[in-house]
Design a protein around this ligand. Structure first.
Ligand code: AHR
Length: 321
């Protein structure tokens, strides 16, 4: 519990203000709230930690939270949000699984006068705007995460690598931006080449299967970049199954800061993982309270991330989830 409070304090200290809210429905002033939290899927530690952070904060925030689970389907997430709107929740909080299919859900909530806070992933700003159509986006800078993963890989490989990139779910802002940040940084290094880049849907077993196929197709590959730890851990299994040694024949970097990735770093099988905090419950509560008080909410409540490598993975192992 004390650990979670510490994390919350760190996250809150890391909030940056980068814009001003305008017309989006605001949170009403009430003693207690019925809040809808529409999760994308629950098949990995990151998602479970995110959901738990809302369960943990609910009572102290005066929230009665109705949880839904879209099981990895954007269409189901839209239907789940429709149902939460029909139940007349006071506030909707959700990570849009993909950046365009969830636009109708944001717009329907706005039309119903229900305030929306997007967490972790964002929607396409050409189609819906923070501050106008929803209160704000709370989350990491995914482009910067990709850039830092690339920098760690450049350092580990001495600037010479043939890279397999395992992308996240197609259309997810986390995947689009992590690819952009990484690819742009890699392009600055003439000795670094991305030999293959395909989606493994942020899923461990899909990541393992994809890595297996791509390692066979590209025997020259000596590096893997996973858009999340689950796929990177799957890739490590594939690398070992192919008779190669992760950390020696093939260098692996990824994003999240999961416990299994920190273990892999300590074991010398992974170079680094850029943190991507799943703990959105506390920041969402604070942001909703600020909205209820009529305070100006920034259009992006930015969460700062650290990086885990061999210098801190063992020391910070308790931060893994
Ligand atoms: O949107 C954040 C990403 O989604 C996390 O990196 C990943 O593990 C999760 O599924």
């Amino acid at each position: 519990m004390r650990f979670h409070h510490t994390l919350l304090a760190i996250a809150l200290a890391a909030i940056h203000f980068s814009g001003a809210a305008a017309d989006a429905p605001k949170v009403a002033q009430k003693a207690t709230y019925k809040v809808g939290f529409a999760q994308t899927e629950s098949n990995n530690p990151w998602r479970l930690a995110e959901t738990k952070s809302f369960q943990d904060v609910a009572a102290s925030c005066g929230w009665q939270v109705i949880f839904t689970d879209a099981g990895g389907s954007a269409a189901k997430q839209v239907a789940d949000i429709d149902s939460l709107i029909a139940q007349k929740v006071d506030l909707l909080v959700f990570p849009p699984r993909e950046d365009k299919p969830l636009i109708p859900a944001v717009m329907k909530a706005k039309k119903a006068g229900i305030p929306v806070i997007l967490v972790d992933r964002d929607v396409d700003h050409k189609l819906a705007k923070p501050g106008v159509d929803y209160i704000t986006f709370i989350g990491s800078d995914f482009i910067d995460q990709g850039r830092r993963a690339a920098q760690a890989l450049v350092k580990a490989t001495g600037g010479k690598a043939n890279i397999i990139e395992l992308e996240g779910s197609t259309g997810a802002s986390a995947a689009t931006d992590r690819k952009k940040g990484f690819d742009d940084e890699i392009a600055k290094n003439p000795g670094m080449k991305i030999v293959a880049s395909q989606s493994g849907d942020f899923n461990r077993d899909k990541g393992r299967q994809l890595a297996q196929t791509l390692l066979q197709a590209h025997p020259e590959a000596n590096a893997v970049y996973g858009h999340n730890d689950e796929m990177a851990v799957g890739a490590i299994t594939a690398i070992e199954a192919a008779g190669k040694t992760p950390g020696k024949d093939i260098f692996v970097v990824s994003i999240d800061g999961q416990r299994n990735a920190l273990d892999a770093i300590i074991a010398g099988k992974m170079v680094a993982t850029v943190q991507s905090s799943p703990y959105f419950g506390g920041i969402s509560c604070k942001t909703a309270q600020a909205s209820a008080k009529g305070e100006k909410i920034p259009t992006w409540v930015k969460v700062e991330d650290k990086i885990y490598d061999i210098t801190n993975a063992a020391k910070d192992i308790a931060e893994g989830f």
